[in-house]
Design a protein around this ligand. Structure first.
Ligand code: E4P
Length: 218
């Protein structure tokens, strides 16, 4: 399973990359706004740190402007994946960019029917938002299961399921159990993955016993 980091904070990406945990990065307009930086500049910097795909999202809503934005964004670095919203125009842009050899991440997916359309439009990634579905009292993981089942029925679909809007480690574990190809994780969720109280407690007691021996390994 590939781990993407869902952030536009370069320092976070650098730190997690050093730990060998980053296969790619996803950003969105809200994350760029939160970074307080110029989009083209921050995307270029992230692309230098991360060899994997870096999703950069268009912000227009009409076909012509979205296509122009997508072409501009992919010109920033060769590992940019253009992110488009799951709208009619967004999927037409997806088809055009995919035909030009650009990886497209179709975002804001909330139904299996939408995911089917994205695959037909040649998306490299479909981003279903599990956390936002949970927020409205629907189990987001049911959507992941449905999409994977549909995609597996048609082996000619090459679209990878990129589980997005992940809020906690259970989302990741459930996505992995279902066989989703990619999860995009906020840095705080990646840090939570390391944690278990029994690990901390076990380590404390091992080290306390070790100190009593008076030994040192080196
Ligand atoms: C995905 O690409 C999105 O950037 C992200 O996962 C959205 O997450 P949120 O619902 O926590 O904003």
């Amino acid at each position: 399973m590939k781990f993407f980091v869902d952030t536009a904070e370069v320092a976070e990406i650098r730190a997690l990359s050093e730990a060998g945990l980053v296969d790619g990065v996803t950003t969105n307009p809200s994350l760029i706004a939160k970074s307080g930086r110029k989009m083209a500049e921050v995307i270029a910097e992230i692309c230098e740190i991360t060899p994997g795909p870096v999703s950069a999202e268009v912000t227009a809503t009409d076909f012509d402007t979205m296509l122009a934005e997508g072409r501009f964004l992919r010109g920033i670095a060769k590992n940019v994946a253009v992110k488009v919203p799951l709208t009619e125009a967004g999927l037409s842009v997806c088809r055009s960019l995919a035909d030009e050899g650009t990886k497209v991440n179709v975002t804001l997916c909330f139904s299996a029917a939408q995911a089917l359309l994205a695959a037909k439009a040649g998306a490299a990634y479909i981003s279903p938002f599990v956390g936002r579905l949970d927020d409205i009292a629907y189990d987001g993981m049911l959507l992941i299961a449905d999409i994977l089942k549909i995609y597996r029925n048609y082996s000619y679909f090459k679209t990878e399921v990129l589980v997005a809007s992940i809020r906690h480690p259970v989302h990741l574990v459930e996505a992995a159990k279902l066989g989703a190809e990619v999860a995009t994780l906020p840095p705080n969720v990646i840090r939570q993955l390391f944690k278990h109280p029994l690990t901390d407690r076990g380590l404390d007691s091992f080290l306390a016993d070790w100190r009593k021996t008076g030994q040192s390994i080196l």
